[in-house]
Design a protein around this ligand. Structure first.
Ligand code: PEP
Ligand code: MG
Length: 884
């Protein structure tokens, strides 16, 4: 089989579309080479070889070796160099590159092919012995760490000691001879620590590096990253072996990264950073603060250091033209790496760039306006969950800012939290429910857990493309990087602001990832702006959508927020939530504790006006849109006090002996309340509760219709039905009240009476239930609970274990179980519509806001999804994508 794809010299065996086998990096290198762009020649070992490697006890496949050697021969021909040659040696980079980008998670080896002979040749060749020995020591350091497994700190220490001994401050102060001595020390430490010699044979080096890159697919941080980003383990990584080019060959050499548009704001302008006389990893590592590529960028950042545009005008012009060509070619914003070796530009990578949601929206909308992509394409490009980033608060501009320091605005949004200095602490704090800001000099891939746990990230070093910046943008967490005027004293656990103010661990700060400011304390926030690009894209989404999107809302506040996010009605109002508040809980308790129907009716009479006014408000906020109100669902003892002290307090407030109250609580106690006296069972035992609720609903509908001049589109929902006869009974109560209210007020209200489908029996008997029900609303929380027989309140204790052990992939309470619960939904939808072909179908469980579940609902032919207010835009977009 074909394990190796070559590229270079204006040709390539692969294409961008081959990313499954070549990985993203390899596929795009092939594409660039085929486009005739300046790409150093190389080869890509396919991802299947990685899979083979792990399936066969870490053995490389037969046939790989000869294909790689042929590829290297081709590279030798194209470069006029010889791998391991004693003159003009060919040096190689060996890099990972999976289907999905996993920045910094896997290993890389640069300068491969150097040994005691080739280092001399390289020095001679370049006319720069210092450069050659510096490259050799970098190689030993990387190879020693990545392939041989000796911690890189061992090498750092040697280097620090040498610098101290020689009285040098910077690496750049070391001479050729001094680097040569460092090389000797590095080789010695490898022999001492590993009882192994550093390999001199370039072929041994090469196979060592290839195996190490494959092995790094299974390193712990790569595994964590895959879990967080749902990247399947079986994908494997490709390996790219490519001729080295050098950005560290003096002042006419450089290396950098760039985006064709600003990845933070989306602004259409080339945007990037570079370092003169540096090697690839130096830019991303955030060790030196890089310079801007464009003059415009330099001016905007206020930097004194010259731009690439000024410093290397020819290379800049060529690069700019390539950027424009790549963006047109891919029809998307590109993220590129390049190196300039003694004035000659080389492209090392291109890919569709990661961007903030704000930038993604602006780029998608601009590209439609530029005629590059269609509206549908624009809608498909935005990840629905990412919209969440826009829906969160930013700092109120009116507020006076007490600025402690500032850095680069690397990822927008603002967040407040306590200072922590380590990732471990961030994780621990999150587990306790505390909000923290992770403050570091810089971050590394080891920090991934802590970054996830933090509300925001602040670093004092690094640029817009440093690890912290890239990762935070990907996660949608506010981030400020390179706050050079601030200082982290990790040992004493203090952050020192630019004015010299010290802040200890645990003190509260606010990080504004949009302005780059770091502020003292908590700061008032402002609600997000939902017009502009967001509004435009959502409009296009709405045009392409078939299902409507409603909200689950119990309060006027929820309903208003949901309307502002574009909800087209209420799909679920859980009336029980209205009983928990303030005074009402007392009246509710009176009702529950009443010893007979008479007592219950007296309490219900007090609840009636409260419910009526709630409903009137909801109806008027929804103004003619459908509103689904569900009758009381939970078991009654949820409203009663639990601990002894609570019982004593409530008894006192209600003027009854605590012992009496305790006895009543005991009497209605249930062993398994989720499967107990709840849902429609309550309405059947105590029809006066359903009567009161129905009356409140109809009277409110009459009032709202009068007030707004528009009829209310009313839907009444009966929970936890499994038998048609249950629904018949409760519907009978509702219909009677409707008739009574119509007679009393002279206004009759149109309404639908429907049922939740949240028990397997109801799904299976849907054709029978549809004889009574006007609509179905799938309650996938209970349906998941009862289909799996897994308590929704207890599942969190074992679901993570299930996921870790590969027993299930996703938590079925978050993302719908298509195979089991999904099939029940399909059965119910089909059977229900057999009886009543205009049966309205919706979903109101948590899954109604989950994009994958929304795709399923589209396929199942549901009419609407209903989700919590903040998920409404996500659902609108996901529903459009499902329909496109
Ligand atoms: C459901 O069960 O999915 C549902 C929406 O109802 P609740 O979550 O209130 O039980
Ligand atoms: Mg339910």
């Amino acid at each position: 089989s074909k394990w190796v794809y070559r590229f270079g010299g204006g040709e390539a065996e692969g294409r961008a579309t081959d990313s499954v086998r070549l990985g993203g990096k390899g596929a795009n290198l092939a594409e660039m080479a085929a486009l005739g762009l300046p790409v150093p020649p190389g080869l890509t070992i396919v991802t299947d070889a990685c899979t083979h490697y792990f399936e066969n006890g870490r053995q490389l496949p037969d046939g790989l070796q000869s294909q790689v050697l042929d590829g290297i021969a081709a590279m030798e021909e194209l470069t006029g160099r010889v791998f391991g040659g004693k003159s003009k040696p060919l040096l190689l980079s060996v890099r990972s590159g999976g289907r999905a980008s996993m920045p910094g998670m896997m290993d890389t080896v640069l300068n491969l092919g150097l040994n005691d002979d080739t280092v001399q040749a390289l020095g001679h060749d370049a006319g720069d012995a210092r450069f050659a020995w510096d490259s050799y020591r970098r190689f030993i350091q990387m190879y020693g760490d990545v392939v041989m497994g000796l911690d890189h700190e061992v090498f750092e220490e040697i280097l620090e000691d040498e610098k101290a001994r020689l009285g040098h401050e910077y690496d750049t102060d070391l001479s050729a001879v001094e680097w040569q001595h460092v090389v000797t020390l590095y080789k010695q430490v490898i022999e001492e620590e590993l009882e192994e010699v550093f390999p001199q044979d370039p072929h041994v080096q090469l196979w060592g590096a290839i195996s190490a890159v494959f092995s790094s697919w299974m390193n712990p941080r790569a595994k964590t990253y895959r879990t967080l980003h749902r990247i399947p383990e079986e994908w494997g990584t490709a390996v790219n072996v490519q001729a080295m080019v050098f950005g560290n060959l003096g002042s006419t050499s450089a290396t950098g990264v760039a985006f064709t548009r600003n990845p933070s704001t989306g602004e259409k302008a080339l945007y990037g950073e570079f370092l003169v006389n540096a090697q690839g990893e130096d830019v991303v590592a955030g060790i030196r603060t890089p310079q801007s590529i464009t003059e415009e960028g330099r001016l905007a950042s206020g930097s004194e250091k010259p731009s690439m545009e000024k410093l290397m005008p020819e290379a800049f012009a060529e690069f700019k033209a390539i950027c424009e060509r790549l963006e047109k070619h891919y029809c998307d914003m590109q993220d590129m790496e390049f190196t300039i070796e003694r004035g000659k530009l080389w492209m090392l990578q291109t890919r569709c760039g990661k961007r903030t949601t704000r930038a993604a929206l602006k780029i998608a909308v601009d590209m439609v306006e530029e005629g590059l992509i269609t509206e549908e394409e624009a809608v498909s490009r935005i990840e629905p969950p990412s919209l969440d980033q826009l829906l969160h608060p930013t700092i109120d501009p009116q507020v006076e800012r007490q600025v402690l320091g500032s850095g680069l605005p690397a990822s927008p949004g603002a967040a407040t939290g306590e200072i922590v200095f380590t990732s471990e602490e961030a994780v621990a704090a999150e587990a306790e429910g505390r909000k923290v800001i992770l403050v570091r000099i810089e971050t590394s891939p080891e920090d991934i857990h802590g970054m996830h746990a933090a509300e925001a990230i602040l670093t004092t070093r690094g640029g817009m493309t440093s690890h912290a910046a890239v990762v935070a943008r990907g996660m949608g967490i506010p981030c400020v990087v390179g706050a050079g005027s601030m200082r982290v004293d990790a040992r004493n656990e203090v952050l020192i602001g630019s004015g010299g103010v010290s802040l200890r661990r645990g003190e509260v700060i606010t990080v504004d990832g949009s302005s780059g400011h770091v502020l003292k304390g908590a700061v008032p926030m402002m609600q997000p702006e939902l017009s502009g690009d967001f509004g435009k894209l959502m409009q296009w989404a709405d045009r392409n959508r078939r299902m409507t999107v409603r909200t689950n809302a119990d309060t006027p506040q929820d309903a208003r927020a949901a309307r502002s996010f574009g909800a087209e009605g209420i799909g679920l109002c859980r009336t029980e939530h209205m009983f928990f508040e303030g005074e009402r809980i007392h009246v509710m308790r009176e009702m529950i504790l009443a010893e007979d129907e008479q007592g219950r009716r007296e309490a219900l009479a007090k609840l009636l006006p409260m419910q009526r006014s709630d409903f009137t408000e909801l109806f008027s906020i929804m103004h003619g849109l459908p509103v689904t109100i569900r009758l009381l669902d939970p078991p009654l003892h949820e409203f009663l006090p639990k601990t002894e002290t609570e019982i004593a307090d409530v008894a006192k407030a209600m003027g009854m002996p605590p012992a009496f109250l305790a006895r009543r609580i005991d009497a209605i106690h249930e062993f398994n309340p989720m499967l107990g006296h709840r849902g429609c069972r309550l309405a059947i035992s105590y029809p006066e509760i359903a009567e009161m609720q129905a009356r409140a609903i109809f009277e409110a509908a009459v009032a709202a219709a009068k007030e707004t001049g528009e009829p209310v589109e009313l839907e009444i929902l009966v929970p936890l039905v499994s038998l048609r006869t249950e629904l018949d009974y409760v519907k009978g109560v509702i219909d009677q009240v409707a008739a009574d209210v119509a007679a009393e007020t002279g206004t009759s209200i149109n309404y639908l009476a429907g049922t939740m489908i949240e028990l397997p029996r109801a799904a299976i008997r849907a054709h029978v239930i549809a004889e009574t029900a006007d609509f179905f609303s799938f309650g996938t929380n209970d349906l998941t609970q009862t289909t799996f027989g897994m308590s929704r309140d207890d599942a969190a204790a074992f679901i993570p274990t299930y996921q870790r052990k590969g027993i299930i992939e996703h938590d079925p309470f978050i993302s719908l179980d298509f195979d089991g619960v999904g099939e029940l939904i399909q059965i119910a939808a089909e059977r229900g519509r057999c009886t009543r072909n205009d049966l309205k179908l919706g979903i109101c469980g948590e899954h109604g806001g989950d994009p994958a579940s929304i795709w399923f609902c589209e396929d199942a032919g549901l009419d609407y999804v209903s989700c919590s207010p903040f998920r409404v835009p996500i659902a609108r977009l996901a529903a459009a994508q499902a329909a496109i």
